[in-house]
Design a protein around this ligand. Structure first.
Ligand code: GLC
Length: 550
């Protein structure tokens, strides 16, 4: 297979590899690069166009690698730089593009810059790379402002000097082990452009930008002035002092210039995808995708919808319209390493889909039926799509992990009130019924449910009715149909609870989210169905791809 051309990202299906949980090649219970290399044939056969690898850099792993100590080195538990280079080349040989994850909002507290900052004076240039500030109140005992960490608690931690005397505070919008970088400092800009080039020079096709909406902070670091609950609920306020500020766009224009400088390389242009949780129902996301900025962004709006035709239709329309205005390709995503897996979400009552794992009842049979339909819906929409590892196996959230196995910093930071995201990060089941289900030779870093032995890649490969078979077939059909290459979508009237749309000259997707059966037109050819059709009708929660003869 060969790497296809020009604007490949506009329609690409990108498979997310959460490194620690994908495949363990060296038998230490943690996924690694050797594991990824051994499974590249599986991914090529699945039929995806690219892989996105979550951070594999040197890291103390306080936040699963999103606390980077050295962006130019590989974490020893994952492998070496030479192995990373070999993996990139092998992926290309398999026809797979490679996207890495870059984390520009913060570093690890073990990054050389942060260590230097701690060892330097309060007014030093070393400290200017981060946000250090004196506290408020008597003796500076209160944090410099009211900002909260996304993981719970204040967004500030106070330093102690060598004698244990308290001094300045430093900002961390995530864990205390993730100090925020100061993007008003030109040195930070230079450093990250250099990191981009370091990996582009090694053949990487693009970057997923972590917390892309957080880099620019209001210079005065003003209070937000909301109570704790409102602060944590993605506040919908204009001119927010640290989310989605206009200043971030300058950064991405510079990054675009770096990516475009590779346009003439044999491999072609390099691309970006933004992780930007911006206000929904605005055109804020599209601002990141103006022609001289980033190429694509995750569409979390779609992921947050309940299994509800009106919500999904509105989300599709909103994204096609706002992104179309700037000429950007939409992307669709159902799950990732930060959210509850969609088999579980769709198995819950509509009002409960965002509730923390383990707190509400779930019907996994229903969730699985809907997840099959959702896969066909997502893969029929114009633009690109993301598949999170295990989606193709129909894995559900693991809601009952033993408490002493939890590693997500949210668990500690919430005072053991919120379990966090480990339930969607459980290592994949590949083969057999042995303890690690083919993940590796040792017990995995999070225990796998025993019933996953029914959901291994091996079991599903031999079962034409499996989720894996559905994904493989959907990806094969998607690639083979010229009708699915375009940008447009035409809704067909089919009742409130049905999503039906045409693309190209003869493709139609119909998804029945209602209780009433829906008839398939008699002269339509069924290309693919998420469940067997009974007497030419779509039952509740079934999706179908049709060739319509006109
Ligand atoms: C992003 C990542 C998440 C991480 C956070 C802090 O949201 O997807 O896993 O915890 O950024 O880097």
């Amino acid at each position: 297979m060969s790497i296809s051309s020009a604007a490949w990202w506009r329609t690409a299906v990108i498979y997310q590899i959460y490194v620690r949980s994908f495949a363990d090649g060296n038998g230490d219970g943690v996924g690694d690069i050797a594991g990824i290399r051994s499974r590249l044939p599986y991914l090529a056969e699945l039929g995806v166009d690219a892989i996105w690898i979550t951070p594999w850099y040197a890291s103390p792993m306080a936040d699963g690698g999103y606390d980077v100590a050295d962006f130019r080195a590989i974490a020893p538990e994952f492998g070496t730089l030479a192995e990373a280079e070999a993996m990139i080349a092998e992926a290309h040989e398999h026809g797979l593009r490679v996207i890495l994850d870059i984390v520009p909002n913060h570093t690890s507290d073990e990054h050389a810059w942060f260590r230097d900052a701690l060892a330097s004076d309060p007014d030093s240039a070393e400290r200017e790379r981060y946000w250090f500030r004196p506290g408020r109140g008597p003796d500076g005992a209160l944090p410099p402002n009211d900002w909260r960490s996304v993981f719970g608690g204040p967004a500030w931690t106070r330093l102690l000097d060598d004698e244990g005397v308290p001094e300045d505070w430093y900002l961390h919008l995530f864990a205390p082990e993730q100090p925020d970088l100061n993007w008003s400092n030109p040195e930070v800009h230079r450093e990250f452009e250099d990191i981009l080039r370091f990996w582009f020079d090694r053949g990487v096709d693009g970057f997923r930008i972590d917390v892309a909406h957080g880099l620019d902070k209001h210079a005065a670091l003003p209070d937000i002035g909301l109570d704790e609950e409102e602060l944590l609920a993605e506040p919908d306020i204009a001119d927010h002092p640290h989310w989605d500020r206009d200043g971030v766009h300058e950064i991405y224009r510079d990054w675009r210039r770096v990516a475009d400088s590779y346009a003439d390389s044999p491999q072609g242009p390099r691309v970006f995808v933004a992780e930007a949780w911006v206000r929904t129902a605005t055109n804020r996301l599209a601002r990141y995708l103006r022609p001289d900025e980033l190429h694509t962004a995750f569409n979390f709006d779609f992921l947050k919808c309940a299994w509800d035709a009106a919500q999904l239709r509105a989300s599709v329309d909103h994204n096609l319209r706002t992104l179309g205005e700037v000429g950007a390709a939409p992307t669709w995503v159902l799950s990732n390493h930060d959210v509850i897996r969609h088999v579980t979400r769709y198995g819950r009552d509509t009002d409960d889909i965002q509730r923390p794992a383990g707190t509400v009842p779930t019907d996994l049979t229903l969730g699985t039926v809907r997840a099959r339909a959702a896969a066909l819906l997502m893969l029929a929409l114009p633009g690109g799509a993301y598949v999170y590892q295990g989606d193709e196996l129909g894995l559900a959230e693991v809601e009952d992990l033993p408490l002493d196995s939890l590693q997500d910093p949210i668990w500690e930071r919430s005072g053991h009130r919120v379990r966090g995201r480990d339930g969607c990060r459980v290592p994949l089941p590949w083969t057999g019924d042995a303890p690690a289900l083919g993940f590796g030779a040792a017990a995995p870093w999070l225990p796998q449910p025993t019933e996953w032995k029914q959901q291994t890649v091996e079991v599903q490969t031999d079962d034409p009715t499996s989720m894996l078979a559905l994904y493989r077939e959907a990806l094969r059909v998607r690639r083979s149909l010229p009708d699915l290459a375009g940008d447009e979508l035409r809704w067909q009237a089919h009742g409130e609870d049905v999503l039906a749309f045409d693309r190209g000259t003869e493709f139609r997707c119909v998804v029945n989210l209602g209780a009433e059966p829906v008839e398939v037109p008699a002269d339509a050819e069924v290309l693919l169905a998420s469940a067997p059709l009974a007497d030419g009708v779509l039952r509740s929660d079934v999706a179908v791809w049709l060739r319509i003869r006109k």
